[in-house]
Design a protein around this ligand. Structure first.
Ligand SMILES: [Zn+2]
Length: 308
């Protein structure tokens, strides 16, 4: 019998991670391509279809059976209808990707939000394995989360659930891109941390990584910026726990690369804030930047299961 595989694509603002994935989550083959966002959304769509078709062709050439396509995209996604509704990075406006993939490849397809499918992958195959209630929190340029219960991600009534980056943790604080002030992502995202340190020290290109290394080396400004950010993050996560009461909070995204430098003080600050809450495990994501691609594959397999 030929081995079934899923074609999986995780489409980001600059790059696409692509893979052939077996139903058990094993990655059979992986490749990366530029998204070509600078050429406009039509070019990105053509690029996605070309790469997906080439991967399906590769699978067949290797004697495998491509059974479905899963695609993760950023922005607002209408998952039930397979439409990429809106994306600032890629310029998508109401793109019916699921239908376009079916027309081009003749394969069923599923479309998912990048953070949500990343959460599904972490919950089933990564740091949330064996836990029923998982909140995956991606901390990078922005902050967003995905609630996954029994392996299923919750998109909300309008596909916009999980925007925990806009929980206000410092009323009147740093202006946020959404128009409010003191949002979690304006106070504690990797970008916010780098920017704050840059403002205080006049080092224009400082990053969160610089803050992490400099605070470890005894830089007092870096230490203060880091402590403030960790405190804001603890405030945001305690609100998440009040809302969702999960078994485990899985932290991913670029800032989670700081490892115990983040998790150590964050666990302490979180524990200080616990009142009625049941304390969740606070752990680092395990799948790194493969989570989106694996999650897209899982979504496609779920879609196949439901429509069979
Ligand atoms: Zn905001």
């Amino acid at each position: 019998m030929t081995q079934p595989v899923v074609v999986a694509l995780d489409v980001g603002g600059t790059g696409m991670k692509c893979a052939l994935v077996r139903p058990d989550g094993t990655v059979e083959h992986a490749e990366r391509h530029p998204t070509l966002a600078e050429r406009g959304s039509e070019a990105v769509i053509a690029n996605i279809l070309d790469v997906a078709a080439a991967l399906a062709g590769r699978a067949r050439a290797n004697g495998q059976d491509p059974v479905a396509v899963g695609v993760a995209v950023p922005g607002v996604v209408d998952e039930p209808n397979g439409v990429a509704v809106w994306s600032a990075n890629i310029g998508f406006r109401d793109v019916p990707l699921r239908n376009l993939i079916f027309e081009r490849l003749g394969l069923p397809a599923a479309l998912g939000h990048d953070v949500r499918v990343g959460g599904i992958a972490e919950a089933r195959l990564g740091a949330g394995r064996g836990k029923r209630h998982v909140l995956f929190v991606a901390i990078g340029t922005g902050i967003a989360a995905a609630l996954v219960v029994d392996g299923t991600g919750f998109a909300g009534a309008h596909g916009a659930a999980g925007e925990v980056g806009h929980i206000v943790v410092r009323p009147g604080g740093t202006p946020c891109g959404c128009g409010a002030r003191g949002c979690l992502e304006a106070e504690a995202s990797a970008r916010a941390i780098g920017r704050r340190y840059a403002e205080l020290t006049g080092t224009p290109d400082a990053t969160a990584f610089d803050v992490v290394t400099r605070q470890a080396a005894g830089d007092e400004v870096a230490a203060a910026v880091w402590t403030d950010a960790v405190g804001a993050l603890a405030d945001g996560l305690i609100t998440c726990q009040a809302l969702y009461d999960v078994n485990v909070l899985v932290l991913g995204g670029g800032l989670a690369e700081a490892g115990d430098t983040l998790l150590g003080p964050l666990r302490s600050r979180f524990a200080e804030r616990v009142t009625f809450h049941r304390e969740p495990a606070l752990v680092r994501a395990e799948l790194g930047d493969n989570a989106g691609c694996l999650g897209a594959a899982l979504l496609a397999l779920d879609h196949l299961e439901r429509t069979r």
